[in-house]
Design a protein around this ligand. Structure first.
Ligand code: GUN
Length: 281
């Protein structure tokens, strides 16, 4: 059996088109959704990410502002900028690109963002809303993974989902979203003994570790759905995920490719969150 692909590029394009339509409707009511992206320092990967985020929002008709600051920016000055954006009615979403320089306390910065504008979903209030099932912003990557499962009409109720990885940005919120859909959820991580014993029982595996070949074909139940959040480089410098794609696709029922899987959906969900922040005002 060769798995069917879950095409993140196609789903992201449909999501962006839907966002554009809703943006036009909001603009007709006199509201233009606004996103502020803050980059501190010159991290090359971060520069690429923020360029994409700003370009995506402009294409979808959002107002977007990119604030670039030198790596020497003080924490107090960054907090002052966030305070100004919290109070700026033209801005509905604020995203501070991580990682921040070492002299800045990232947790303090995230907590300074108004929860109403926390379109990354990293604020404690957003995390608490997810835990308790209240409305709030969901982190873009696991939210995008849920949309991918929804796009294939997959019924999670009663299924066993195994999440590999326990980060605040992906693993933990992913497990909570799957749980909210009544899946039985197992979280595996670097200290898990015999990872394969868990994944072989899984109907759904989400791999979010950041290491190549964490999931190999012998670890997959035939027909399982495999969501690959990894972004790694192989020996030839080509982008690859956490999953041994070529071999796992011969066992799985559905699989997301890298590139063209979760990545484009993460970007699309930031637009959705920003739009919804504006819709709520
Ligand atoms: N750095 C890497 N991924 C992300 C993300 O999703 N949001 C922010 N703010 N920074 C990141």
């Amino acid at each position: 059996m060769t798995a069917q692909l879950i095409d993140g590029n196609a789903l992201a394009a449909r999501t962006r088109a839907d966002v554009s339509r809703r943006v036009q409707a909001l603009k007709a009511r006199g509201v233009t959704p606004g996103l502020a992206v803050i980059l501190v320092g010159e991290d090359p990967a971060s520069q690429v990410y923020v360029r994409h985020k700003v370009k995506d929002s402009e294409k979808a008709g959002l107002h977007s502002v990119l604030e670039r600051h030198p790596a020497t920016l003080s924490e107090a000055d960054l907090l002052a900028r966030i305070d100004a954006l919290n109070n700026d009615p033209a801005i509905h979403g604020i995203l501070v690109q991580l990682p921040l320089p070492k002299h800045i306390d990232a947790a303090r910065v995230i907590e300074s963002i108004s929860p109403a504008k926390d379109v990354d979903g990293f604020h404690m209030a957003s995390a608490g809303a997810l835990v308790t099932g209240q409305p709030g912003f969901w982190p873009c990557t696991p939210y995008g993974c849920m949309k991918m499962l929804e796009s294939i009409g997959y019924e999670l109720r009663g299924k066993h989902a195994v999440v590999i990885g326990r980060s605040n940005i992906v693993g933990k919120p992913m497990a909570l979203m799957l749980l909210a859909k009544s899946a039985t959820v197992t979280i595996c991580h670097s200290a898990t003994q015999d990872l394969g014993a868990f994944t072989r029982q899984a109907d759904v595996v989400v791999a979010a570790v950041g290491k190549r070949n964490v999931l190999t074909a012998d670890m997959v139940k035939p027909g399982a759905v495999i969501i690959d959040v990894g972004m790694n480089r192989n020996d030839d410098g080509k982008l690859c995920g956490d999953v041994d794609f070529a071999a796992v696709r011969e066992v799985a029922g559905w699989i997301t490719p890298v590139p063209g899987g979760v990545g484009p959906m993460t970007r699309a969900m930031l637009l959705v969150n920003t739009l919804e922040a504006a819709e709520r005002t």
